[in-house]
Design a protein around this ligand. Structure first.
Ligand SMILES: Nc1ncnc2c1ncn2[C@@H]1O[C@H](COP(=O)(O)OS(=O)(=O)O)[C@@H](OP(=O)(O)O)[C@H]1O
Length: 392
Protein backbone atom coordinates (compact mmCIF):
# COMPACT_ATOMS: atom_id res chain seq x y z
CA UNK A 1 0.00 0.00 0.00
CA UNK A 2 2.72 2.42 1.18
CA UNK A 3 4.69 1.42 -1.81
CA UNK A 4 1.83 2.20 -4.27
CA UNK A 5 1.20 5.63 -2.63
CA UNK A 6 4.88 6.38 -3.08
CA UNK A 7 4.63 5.25 -6.74
CA UNK A 8 1.60 7.53 -7.37
CA UNK A 9 3.35 10.46 -5.74
CA UNK A 10 6.44 9.74 -7.67
CA UNK A 11 4.46 9.64 -10.95
CA UNK A 12 2.67 12.92 -10.19
CA UNK A 13 5.94 14.49 -9.12
CA UNK A 14 7.42 13.37 -12.38
CA UNK A 15 4.48 14.84 -14.30
CA UNK A 16 4.80 18.13 -12.40
CA UNK A 17 8.46 18.37 -13.28
CA UNK A 18 7.64 17.54 -16.92
CA UNK A 19 4.96 20.23 -17.17
CA UNK A 20 7.33 22.76 -15.59
CA UNK A 21 9.92 21.94 -18.22
CA UNK A 22 7.42 22.15 -21.08
CA UNK A 23 6.02 25.41 -19.67
CA UNK A 24 9.56 26.75 -19.51
CA UNK A 25 10.26 25.75 -23.14
CA UNK A 26 6.94 27.16 -24.34
CA UNK A 27 7.81 30.49 -22.74
CA UNK A 28 11.25 30.45 -24.39
CA UNK A 29 9.65 29.82 -27.80
CA UNK A 30 7.08 32.61 -27.27
CA UNK A 31 9.73 35.09 -26.13
CA UNK A 32 12.03 34.18 -29.02
CA UNK A 33 9.16 34.62 -31.48
CA UNK A 34 8.18 37.98 -29.96
CA UNK A 35 11.80 39.13 -30.03
CA UNK A 36 12.18 38.26 -33.73
CA UNK A 37 8.85 39.88 -34.59
CA UNK A 38 9.82 43.05 -32.79
CA UNK A 39 13.08 43.16 -34.69
CA UNK A 40 11.14 42.67 -37.95
CA UNK A 41 12.50 39.29 -38.96
CA UNK A 42 9.06 37.70 -39.26
CA UNK A 43 7.87 40.10 -41.97
CA UNK A 44 6.31 38.52 -45.06
CA UNK A 45 8.67 36.98 -47.61
CA UNK A 46 8.76 39.66 -50.34
CA UNK A 47 10.88 41.69 -47.98
CA UNK A 48 13.71 39.27 -48.66
CA UNK A 49 13.82 40.40 -52.24
CA UNK A 50 14.77 43.93 -51.40
CA UNK A 51 16.12 44.23 -47.91
CA UNK A 52 19.79 43.94 -47.41
CA UNK A 53 20.55 40.76 -45.60
CA UNK A 54 22.87 40.05 -42.73
CA UNK A 55 25.47 37.82 -44.23
CA UNK A 56 27.32 35.16 -42.38
CA UNK A 57 30.91 34.72 -43.41
CA UNK A 58 29.83 31.48 -45.11
CA UNK A 59 27.42 33.15 -47.51
CA UNK A 60 29.36 36.36 -48.15
CA UNK A 61 31.17 34.71 -51.01
CA UNK A 62 27.91 33.61 -52.68
CA UNK A 63 26.40 37.01 -52.10
CA UNK A 64 29.25 38.73 -53.89
CA UNK A 65 28.67 36.36 -56.79
CA UNK A 66 24.98 37.28 -56.73
CA UNK A 67 25.83 40.95 -56.62
CA UNK A 68 27.82 40.59 -59.80
CA UNK A 69 24.96 38.67 -61.38
CA UNK A 70 22.58 41.40 -60.36
CA UNK A 71 24.70 44.06 -61.97
CA UNK A 72 24.84 41.81 -64.95
CA UNK A 73 21.14 41.06 -65.12
CA UNK A 74 19.30 43.62 -67.21
CA UNK A 75 15.85 42.21 -66.87
CA UNK A 76 15.86 40.89 -63.35
CA UNK A 77 12.50 41.30 -61.75
CA UNK A 78 10.83 40.15 -58.53
CA UNK A 79 9.54 37.13 -60.40
CA UNK A 80 10.26 36.11 -63.93
CA UNK A 81 6.90 36.18 -65.63
CA UNK A 82 6.32 36.13 -69.35
CA UNK A 83 3.87 38.99 -69.57
CA UNK A 84 5.90 42.09 -70.31
CA UNK A 85 5.59 42.20 -74.04
CA UNK A 86 2.37 40.33 -74.57
CA UNK A 87 0.43 43.56 -74.88
CA UNK A 88 2.82 44.65 -77.58
CA UNK A 89 2.09 41.59 -79.71
CA UNK A 90 5.69 40.46 -79.45
CA UNK A 91 7.59 37.37 -78.45
CA UNK A 92 9.79 37.68 -75.41
CA UNK A 93 12.66 38.42 -77.77
CA UNK A 94 11.00 41.48 -79.21
CA UNK A 95 10.32 39.93 -82.61
CA UNK A 96 7.24 41.04 -84.52
CA UNK A 97 4.56 38.34 -84.64
CA UNK A 98 4.70 38.29 -88.42
CA UNK A 99 8.45 37.70 -88.54
CA UNK A 100 8.19 35.13 -85.78
CA UNK A 101 5.86 33.11 -88.01
CA UNK A 102 7.88 33.30 -91.19
CA UNK A 103 11.41 32.59 -90.03
CA UNK A 104 12.90 29.50 -88.45
CA UNK A 105 13.64 30.87 -85.06
CA UNK A 106 14.03 29.35 -81.64
CA UNK A 107 13.21 31.96 -79.14
CA UNK A 108 10.53 33.40 -76.97
CA UNK A 109 11.05 30.88 -74.21
CA UNK A 110 9.65 32.33 -71.05
CA UNK A 111 11.34 31.56 -67.79
CA UNK A 112 9.17 29.70 -65.29
CA UNK A 113 8.03 31.67 -62.25
CA UNK A 114 10.46 31.49 -59.38
CA UNK A 115 9.65 31.36 -55.70
CA UNK A 116 10.54 34.55 -53.86
CA UNK A 117 13.11 32.93 -51.64
CA UNK A 118 15.08 31.64 -54.63
CA UNK A 119 14.99 35.03 -56.34
CA UNK A 120 16.02 36.64 -53.09
CA UNK A 121 19.16 34.57 -53.04
CA UNK A 122 19.81 35.29 -56.69
CA UNK A 123 19.53 39.01 -56.87
CA UNK A 124 18.21 40.45 -53.67
CA UNK A 125 21.46 40.40 -51.76
CA UNK A 126 23.52 43.51 -52.12
CA UNK A 127 27.00 42.20 -51.58
CA UNK A 128 28.17 42.62 -48.02
CA UNK A 129 25.80 44.94 -46.30
CA UNK A 130 24.12 45.51 -43.03
CA UNK A 131 20.83 44.13 -41.87
CA UNK A 132 18.60 47.15 -41.89
CA UNK A 133 15.41 47.22 -39.89
CA UNK A 134 15.32 50.94 -39.38
CA UNK A 135 13.04 53.29 -41.20
CA UNK A 136 9.92 52.63 -43.20
CA UNK A 137 9.05 51.36 -46.64
CA UNK A 138 7.87 54.21 -48.82
CA UNK A 139 6.78 54.54 -52.41
CA UNK A 140 9.67 55.68 -54.59
CA UNK A 141 10.00 59.44 -54.81
CA UNK A 142 12.11 59.02 -57.93
CA UNK A 143 12.02 56.40 -60.68
CA UNK A 144 14.39 55.72 -63.56
CA UNK A 145 11.71 55.03 -66.17
CA UNK A 146 13.93 54.43 -69.22
CA UNK A 147 15.21 53.87 -71.66
CA UNK A 148 16.08 50.23 -72.16
CA UNK A 149 19.82 49.93 -72.97
CA UNK A 150 20.29 53.61 -72.25
CA UNK A 151 22.64 53.09 -69.28
CA UNK A 152 19.98 52.77 -66.58
CA UNK A 153 21.84 50.16 -64.54
CA UNK A 154 24.99 52.27 -64.49
CA UNK A 155 23.00 55.30 -63.33
CA UNK A 156 21.27 53.40 -60.52
CA UNK A 157 24.45 51.74 -59.28
CA UNK A 158 26.27 55.08 -59.33
CA UNK A 159 23.45 56.74 -57.40
CA UNK A 160 23.34 54.01 -54.81
CA UNK A 161 26.67 55.07 -53.38
CA UNK A 162 24.92 58.22 -52.15
CA UNK A 163 24.08 57.78 -48.45
CA UNK A 164 20.66 59.35 -48.97
CA UNK A 165 19.61 57.04 -51.78
CA UNK A 166 18.12 53.61 -51.17
CA UNK A 167 17.02 51.62 -54.17
CA UNK A 168 15.57 48.28 -55.15
CA UNK A 169 18.27 46.23 -56.85
CA UNK A 170 15.90 44.36 -59.14
CA UNK A 171 13.50 45.86 -61.67
CA UNK A 172 10.04 45.73 -60.03
CA UNK A 173 8.08 46.10 -63.33
CA UNK A 174 5.11 47.20 -61.28
CA UNK A 175 3.67 49.85 -63.60
CA UNK A 176 3.89 47.62 -66.67
CA UNK A 177 3.66 43.94 -65.68
CA UNK A 178 2.45 43.60 -62.13
CA UNK A 179 0.09 46.51 -61.64
CA UNK A 180 -2.80 44.27 -60.64
CA UNK A 181 -0.81 43.19 -57.57
CA UNK A 182 -1.59 46.54 -56.03
CA UNK A 183 0.29 49.44 -54.51
CA UNK A 184 0.85 47.72 -51.16
CA UNK A 185 2.67 44.91 -52.93
CA UNK A 186 4.79 47.48 -54.69
CA UNK A 187 5.61 49.40 -51.53
CA UNK A 188 6.57 46.20 -49.78
CA UNK A 189 9.28 45.68 -52.40
CA UNK A 190 10.96 48.92 -51.38
CA UNK A 191 13.90 49.14 -49.01
CA UNK A 192 13.38 50.88 -45.71
CA UNK A 193 14.41 54.52 -45.61
CA UNK A 194 15.02 57.04 -42.87
CA UNK A 195 13.82 60.64 -43.00
CA UNK A 196 15.73 62.52 -45.66
CA UNK A 197 16.55 59.40 -47.67
CA UNK A 198 15.13 58.86 -51.13
CA UNK A 199 13.57 55.59 -52.27
CA UNK A 200 14.28 54.71 -55.90
CA UNK A 201 13.72 52.00 -58.43
CA UNK A 202 14.48 51.52 -62.11
CA UNK A 203 12.40 49.76 -64.74
CA UNK A 204 13.37 50.98 -68.23
CA UNK A 205 10.24 49.60 -69.92
CA UNK A 206 8.01 52.12 -68.10
CA UNK A 207 9.01 54.83 -70.58
CA UNK A 208 7.37 53.00 -73.49
CA UNK A 209 4.37 51.62 -71.59
CA UNK A 210 1.22 53.52 -72.52
CA UNK A 211 -0.45 52.98 -69.13
CA UNK A 212 2.60 53.78 -67.01
CA UNK A 213 2.31 57.61 -66.83
CA UNK A 214 -1.28 57.49 -65.51
CA UNK A 215 -0.41 54.77 -63.05
CA UNK A 216 2.66 56.56 -61.67
CA UNK A 217 0.58 59.74 -61.42
CA UNK A 218 -2.06 57.85 -59.42
CA UNK A 219 0.64 56.74 -56.98
CA UNK A 220 2.06 60.24 -56.62
CA UNK A 221 1.92 63.25 -58.88
CA UNK A 222 5.16 64.53 -57.37
CA UNK A 223 7.22 61.50 -58.47
CA UNK A 224 10.51 62.56 -60.06
CA UNK A 225 11.16 60.80 -63.33
CA UNK A 226 14.58 60.14 -64.80
CA UNK A 227 15.14 59.05 -68.39
CA UNK A 228 18.57 57.97 -69.59
CA UNK A 229 18.56 58.46 -73.35
CA UNK A 230 21.11 57.23 -75.85
CA UNK A 231 21.50 57.61 -79.62
CA UNK A 232 18.48 55.58 -80.81
CA UNK A 233 20.54 53.84 -83.51
CA UNK A 234 23.17 52.60 -81.03
CA UNK A 235 20.42 51.83 -78.57
CA UNK A 236 18.62 49.65 -81.15
CA UNK A 237 21.85 47.77 -81.88
CA UNK A 238 22.47 47.31 -78.16
CA UNK A 239 18.93 45.96 -77.77
CA UNK A 240 19.48 43.60 -80.70
CA UNK A 241 22.83 42.47 -79.23
CA UNK A 242 21.11 41.53 -76.01
CA UNK A 243 18.44 39.48 -77.82
CA UNK A 244 21.11 37.87 -80.00
CA UNK A 245 23.11 36.82 -76.95
CA UNK A 246 20.10 34.85 -75.74
CA UNK A 247 19.07 33.58 -79.18
CA UNK A 248 22.06 33.00 -81.45
CA UNK A 249 19.71 31.94 -84.28
CA UNK A 250 18.23 35.41 -84.54
CA UNK A 251 18.02 36.90 -88.07
CA UNK A 252 20.28 39.82 -88.95
CA UNK A 253 19.68 43.29 -87.56
CA UNK A 254 18.79 44.65 -90.99
CA UNK A 255 16.29 41.88 -91.63
CA UNK A 256 14.42 42.89 -88.51
CA UNK A 257 14.85 46.64 -88.85
CA UNK A 258 13.36 46.98 -92.33
CA UNK A 259 9.97 46.01 -93.67
CA UNK A 260 11.60 46.02 -97.05
CA UNK A 261 15.24 46.97 -97.33
CA UNK A 262 15.15 48.07 -100.98
CA UNK A 263 12.26 50.45 -100.35
CA UNK A 264 13.99 51.61 -97.17
CA UNK A 265 10.82 51.17 -95.14
CA UNK A 266 11.67 50.85 -91.45
CA UNK A 267 9.74 48.31 -89.39
CA UNK A 268 8.49 50.38 -86.47
CA UNK A 269 6.64 47.38 -85.08
CA UNK A 270 10.01 45.97 -84.00
CA UNK A 271 10.49 47.07 -80.41
CA UNK A 272 14.22 47.71 -80.91
CA UNK A 273 13.26 50.41 -83.42
CA UNK A 274 10.09 51.67 -81.74
CA UNK A 275 11.68 52.32 -78.32
CA UNK A 276 14.03 54.89 -79.93
CA UNK A 277 11.20 57.17 -81.06
CA UNK A 278 11.62 59.09 -77.81
CA UNK A 279 9.45 62.08 -78.75
CA UNK A 280 6.42 59.84 -79.19
CA UNK A 281 6.83 58.15 -75.79
CA UNK A 282 7.57 61.43 -74.07
CA UNK A 283 4.24 62.83 -75.29
CA UNK A 284 2.46 60.20 -73.18
CA UNK A 285 4.32 61.27 -70.04
CA UNK A 286 3.69 64.94 -70.66
CA UNK A 287 -0.05 64.24 -70.59
CA UNK A 288 0.36 63.67 -66.85
CA UNK A 289 3.60 65.27 -65.70
CA UNK A 290 5.11 68.70 -66.33
CA UNK A 291 8.51 68.76 -68.04
CA UNK A 292 10.02 69.89 -64.73
CA UNK A 293 9.20 66.47 -63.24
CA UNK A 294 11.48 64.82 -65.77
CA UNK A 295 15.25 64.73 -66.01
CA UNK A 296 16.95 63.54 -69.19
CA UNK A 297 20.36 62.02 -68.67
CA UNK A 298 22.66 61.59 -71.63
CA UNK A 299 23.67 57.94 -71.92
CA UNK A 300 26.75 59.02 -73.86
CA UNK A 301 27.90 61.53 -71.22
CA UNK A 302 27.23 58.97 -68.49
CA UNK A 303 30.14 57.08 -70.04
CA UNK A 304 32.45 60.01 -70.87
CA UNK A 305 31.70 62.13 -67.80
CA UNK A 306 29.84 60.07 -65.18
CA UNK A 307 30.46 62.56 -62.36
CA UNK A 308 29.05 65.42 -64.46
CA UNK A 309 25.83 63.57 -65.25
CA UNK A 310 25.46 62.29 -61.69
CA UNK A 311 25.94 65.87 -60.51
CA UNK A 312 22.86 66.91 -62.52
CA UNK A 313 20.90 63.98 -61.12
CA UNK A 314 21.85 64.84 -57.52
CA UNK A 315 20.65 68.41 -58.10
CA UNK A 316 17.39 67.21 -59.62
CA UNK A 317 16.79 64.95 -56.61
CA UNK A 318 17.68 67.78 -54.19
CA UNK A 319 20.54 65.72 -52.85
CA UNK A 320 23.80 67.04 -51.55
CA UNK A 321 26.48 66.64 -54.23
CA UNK A 322 28.27 63.74 -52.61
CA UNK A 323 29.13 61.64 -55.67
CA UNK A 324 31.97 63.16 -57.62
CA UNK A 325 34.94 62.38 -59.86
CA UNK A 326 36.77 60.72 -57.01
CA UNK A 327 34.24 57.87 -56.96
CA UNK A 328 35.03 56.73 -60.51
CA UNK A 329 37.94 55.34 -62.44
CA UNK A 330 38.11 54.42 -66.09
CA UNK A 331 38.69 50.71 -66.59
CA UNK A 332 40.74 50.33 -69.79
CA UNK A 333 39.89 46.66 -70.27
CA UNK A 334 36.16 47.24 -69.91
CA UNK A 335 36.24 50.55 -71.74
CA UNK A 336 33.81 52.08 -69.25
CA UNK A 337 33.89 54.00 -66.01
CA UNK A 338 33.68 51.81 -62.93
CA UNK A 339 33.13 52.51 -59.25
CA UNK A 340 36.09 52.69 -56.90
CA UNK A 341 33.89 51.67 -53.98
CA UNK A 342 30.41 50.44 -54.87
CA UNK A 343 27.72 50.44 -52.20
CA UNK A 344 28.35 47.74 -49.63
CA UNK A 345 31.87 46.95 -50.80
CA UNK A 346 35.35 48.38 -50.46
CA UNK A 347 36.58 46.90 -53.75
CA UNK A 348 36.46 48.63 -57.12
CA UNK A 349 33.81 47.16 -59.36
CA UNK A 350 32.57 47.47 -62.93
CA UNK A 351 29.14 46.50 -64.16
CA UNK A 352 28.67 42.91 -65.32
CA UNK A 353 29.64 41.47 -68.67
CA UNK A 354 26.22 42.10 -70.26
CA UNK A 355 26.82 45.84 -69.82
CA UNK A 356 29.18 47.33 -72.32
CA UNK A 357 29.54 44.32 -74.55
CA UNK A 358 30.72 44.50 -78.16
CA UNK A 359 28.07 45.00 -80.83
CA UNK A 360 27.93 43.07 -84.10
CA UNK A 361 29.00 44.88 -87.26
CA UNK A 362 26.10 46.60 -89.00
CA UNK A 363 26.57 47.73 -92.63
CA UNK A 364 27.07 51.48 -93.05
CA UNK A 365 24.09 51.82 -95.39
CA UNK A 366 21.78 50.34 -92.77
CA UNK A 367 23.07 52.80 -90.18
CA UNK A 368 22.61 55.74 -92.56
CA UNK A 369 19.01 54.78 -93.29
CA UNK A 370 18.22 54.39 -89.63
CA UNK A 371 19.81 57.77 -88.88
CA UNK A 372 17.62 59.35 -91.55
CA UNK A 373 14.60 57.69 -90.03
CA UNK A 374 15.30 58.93 -86.50
CA UNK A 375 16.44 62.47 -87.42
CA UNK A 376 13.02 64.20 -87.32
CA UNK A 377 12.04 62.38 -84.13
CA UNK A 378 15.35 63.33 -82.51
CA UNK A 379 14.89 66.99 -83.46
CA UNK A 380 11.40 66.93 -82.01
CA UNK A 381 12.79 65.36 -78.85
CA UNK A 382 15.49 68.05 -78.53
CA UNK A 383 12.78 70.67 -78.95
CA UNK A 384 10.51 69.08 -76.34
CA UNK A 385 13.25 68.67 -73.76
CA UNK A 386 15.22 71.81 -74.56
CA UNK A 387 18.38 69.68 -74.78
CA UNK A 388 20.52 68.81 -77.79
CA UNK A 389 21.91 65.31 -77.34
CA UNK A 390 24.06 65.55 -80.48
CA UNK A 391 23.04 62.33 -82.13
CA UNK A 392 22.98 63.72 -85.65
N1 LIG B 1 29.79 52.37 -66.61
C1 LIG B 1 29.19 51.57 -67.48
N2 LIG B 1 29.54 50.25 -67.55
C2 LIG B 1 28.94 49.46 -68.46
N3 LIG B 1 27.97 49.85 -69.30
C3 LIG B 1 27.59 51.13 -69.26
C4 LIG B 1 28.20 52.04 -68.35
N4 LIG B 1 27.63 53.25 -68.54
C5 LIG B 1 26.75 53.12 -69.52
N5 LIG B 1 26.72 51.84 -69.96
C6 LIG B 1 25.86 51.37 -71.02
O1 LIG B 1 24.72 50.78 -70.44
C7 LIG B 1 24.16 49.97 -71.46
C8 LIG B 1 23.11 49.07 -70.87
O2 LIG B 1 22.02 49.89 -70.54
P1 LIG B 1 20.99 49.53 -69.41
O3 LIG B 1 21.68 49.29 -68.13
O4 LIG B 1 19.97 50.60 -69.42
O5 LIG B 1 20.40 48.18 -69.97
S1 LIG B 1 19.01 47.50 -69.53
O6 LIG B 1 17.93 48.20 -70.18
O7 LIG B 1 18.93 47.53 -68.09
O8 LIG B 1 19.16 46.14 -70.09
C9 LIG B 1 25.33 49.28 -72.08
O9 LIG B 1 25.02 48.96 -73.41
P2 LIG B 1 25.95 48.05 -74.32
O10 LIG B 1 27.23 48.82 -74.55
O11 LIG B 1 25.22 47.85 -75.58
O12 LIG B 1 26.18 46.77 -73.59
C10 LIG B 1 26.46 50.29 -71.93
O13 LIG B 1 26.83 50.93 -73.14
Amino acid sequence: MGCSIWRIRHNFGHLKAQSKVSFFFTMIIIFTYLFYCLTGICDPLPRLVNERQTLTSANKHNALGSFRDRLDSPTSSPQHQPSAQSHQNRTSTGLPEEKKRTIPYEGGKALPPMPYAVKAREDGVDGISVFNNFGTKKFPQAIIIGVKKGGTRALLEFLRIHPDVRAVGTEPHFFDRFYERGLQWYRNLMPRTLDGQITMEKTPSYFVTKEAPGRVFTMSRSTKLIVVVRDPVTRAISDYTQTLSKNPGLPTFQYLAFKNFSSGLIDTSWSAVRIGIYAKHLENWLQYFPLSSLLFVSGERLVTDPAGEIGRVQDFLDLKRVISDKHFYFNQTKGFPCLKKPEGSSHPRCLGKSKGRPHPHIPEEVLLRLRDFYRPFNLKFYQMTGQDFGWD
